[in-house]
Design a protein around this ligand. Structure first.
Ligand SMILES: Nc1nc2c(c(=O)[nH]1)N[C@@H](CN(C=O)c1ccc(C(=O)N[C@@H](CCC(=O)O)C(=O)O)cc1)CN2
Ligand SMILES: [Mg+2]
Length: 292
């Protein structure tokens, strides 16, 4: 039987509706609208698209967004001064610095300059550090990993005791998702492009999260029958038959995997929409922390 398709688009729609309802109720009760500042440096077209999508999503749920676009020639000091100004602005509950920053910026220093209570992206070193420590709680969790867990928990209520394999070790996805799986009491293996015998490791996975950025790398015969697959990869593959000249595929060969897995997220329409939904949820949380 083919796998259940876990639709991020549908789950995200429900989260967005819940956020919109809660924002409307709070405004009705006299609370201020939540506010998100988006900071975009340089002219990377994909980053511009993502920030535009975030601003549109904010507008749809009643969150104010304040957009800041800076040229790639901006200095580190200018960027951090902007963040500090936003830290002190009571209308801004969340600050999002779109990543990656252009070459030459000290990303860690910029992320460290965000006030912890406004770090809705969850990338502040203290939030990440708390995520990695038993008994400590981060104020916010990075949006893509949070979205992965939300989808996983919806499909698989008991993660405890399962073998989870994370393919990829990036700061944005692989590492934090592995930490979240450990917190959910899974037995976690992190592997990556340099690991030997990837198929052998992945065949042990009851839960597989892929975030390696290699189009359709994971083949159907690498997958344990019945496994739950969360595919974070967003890869563009040349395809002259498509209007844009390319199609978007994940890190997993979907056609093959769908015949073996128990459940799988599609690409597009899986983890991507969840990233933005979780950002809206975190911005609402930040507003509640600031305004009661
Ligand atoms: N500050 C941050 N920077 C980045 C993050 C992040 O969470 N915070 N994540 C990614 C980019 N990203 C959001 O910023 C993002 C990526 C993809 C999608 C999405 O919905 N993708 C679609 C497919 C898009 C396509 O056709 O190319 C999907 O998966 O359906 C949303 C947000 C890096 N930077
Ligand atoms: Mg993503």
């Amino acid at each position: 039987m083919p796998a259940t398709i876990i639709s991020g688009t549908e789950i995200a729609k429900q989260i967005r509706a819940d956020v919109a309802k809660e924002v409307a109720e709070r405004v009705q009760a006299g609370k201020p609208k939540p506010g998100l500042a988006t900071v975009l440096v340089g002219d990377d077209p994909a980053s511009h698209d993502y920030v535009r999508s975030k601003q549109k999503a904010c507008a749809e749920v009643g969150i104010n967004s304040f957009g800041y676009e800076l040229p790639a020639s901006t200095s580190q000091q200018e960027l951090e001064s902007l963040v500090k100004k936003l830290n002190d602005d009571p209308q801004v509950n969340g600050i999002l610095v779109q990543l990656p920053l252009p070459k030459g910026f000290d990303e860690e220093s910029v992320l460290s300059s965000i006030r912890l209570e406004k770090d809705v992206d969850g990338f502040h070193p203290i939030n990440i550090g708390r995520l990695a420590q038993k008994g400590r709680e981060p104020l916010f969790v990075p949006c893509t990993p949070a979205g992965c867990m939300f989808m996983l928990e919806k499909y698989l209520p008991k993660i405890e005791g399962k073998n989870a394999v994370v393919l990829g070790r990036s700061n944005i996805v692989g590492m934090p998702v592995a930490l979240l799986l450990i917190r959910a009491n899974a037995t976690v293996t992190i592997c990556h492009s340099k690991s030997s015998d990837l198929p052998g490791i992945i065949r042990q996975a009851d839960i597989l999260v892929t975030a390696v950025g290699r189009p359709e790398m994971v083949r159907g015969d690498w997958i344990k029958p019945g496994a739950v697959i969360i595919d974070v990869g967003i890869n563009h593959v040349d395809d002259p038959s498509r209007p844009k000249g390319y199609r978007v595929v994940g890190d997993v060969n979907f056609k093959e995997a769908v015949e073996v897995a128990g459940a799988i997220t599609p690409v597009p329409g899986g983890v991507g929409p969840m990233t933005i939904a979780m950002l809206l949820k975190s911005t609402l949380t930040a507003s509640k922390m600031a305004n009661g």
